[in-house]
Design a protein around this ligand. Structure first.
Ligand code: SAH
Length: 254
């Protein structure tokens, strides 16, 4: 095995922490956690994962808490740039994968603009690993050969208007992040675009964590069933016949 890299002073590493279960961290992520001076993380990073930080590392929480608005992206990057500029090893730790609906690209671009050297460490994204914990494969040759990753809301918090709903409705599996708030609207758009109203839908909250919860429903009933179940964020929603494999593949037993 190649030696894992030394974390140079003055660099920022953008690291994916996976969906929560610390066993899903990569060796690169653990290597980074063991060396970082400052760890800037968001709300999706689990306590168990942060437990891998070296003693004495400074933990900085910059994220959404209790319905409060997120800190501005510019505040987060200002902090990364300032600490790296002061010669610290800065670990920017994000839930899942930093480049999957994680603003990793925006932060990396700011680092480029500020001339700060950086490294990207991918992580297991909730939309693949989280579904796997619930016994649902994102692809399966007999069921679907395409998958679309979709966000339930854009920067403004509303259903994104730059989505080609006709094309999306044709995907074998649709995996939705941040889906809960606008689920009714999303379902209506997909059904109007030709997706069957009775298409199987699964909602997995706190995927891979001890308090993981799963709701099985259909496209037409999803918003109502989500509300009735009381299932909370963060949750991944999968739409498609691949969900039916859960009947046989639910190894986790939830
Ligand atoms: N970069 C992350 C996604 C960040 S966007 C990734 O790759 O997973 C935030 C959304 O991710 C949440 O609204 C939810 O849809 C999803 N998510 C992240 N962690 C999750 C988890 N443990 N269980 C269910 N959904 C999760």
């Amino acid at each position: 095995m190649n030696a894992l890299p030394t974390f140079p002073a003055g660099e920022v590493w953008l690291v994916g922490a996976g969906p929560g279960d610390a066993g899903l961290l990569t060796l690169h992520a653990v290597n980074a956690l063991k060396q970082a001076d400052v760890i800037v993380h968001d709300a999706l990073v689990s306590a168990e994962v942060l437990g891998f930080a070296r003693d004495g590392a400074e933990l900085v929480f910059l994220g959404k808490r209790g319905g409060q608005p997120s800190p501005k992206q510019s505040e987060i990057t200002a902090r990364l740039i300032e600490d790296a500029g002061a010669g610290k090893r800065v670990l920017r730790l994000k839930g899942g994968d930093p480049f999957m609906f994680g603003r990793g690209a925006e932060e990396a671009l700011d680092l480029v603009a500020a001339n700060i050297p950086f490294r990207i460490i991918p992580g297991i994204t909730a939309g693949i690993g989280g579904l796997a914990y619930a016994g649902v494969p994102v692809t399966s040759r007999d069921v679907n050969s395409s998958v679309i990753f979709l966000t339930g809301h854009d920067k403004r918090g509303i259903s994104p208007d730059n989505v080609d709903w006709a094309a999306t409705a044709k995907a074998g599996m649709i995996v939705m992040y941040m889906a809960m708030r606008n689920m009714g609207e999303t379902s209506a758009k997909l059904i109007a675009a030709g997706r069957p109203a009775d298409d199987p839908v699964m909602v997995v909250s706190n995927a891979t964590l001890p308090d993981m919860q799963v709701v099985e429903t259909t496209l037409e009933r999803a918003a109502d069933d989500i509300a009735a179940s009381g299932i909370g964020a963060p949750a991944i929603v999968s739409i498609g016949r691949g969900n039916l494999l859960r009947e046989q593949l639910n190894w986790h037993g939830i």
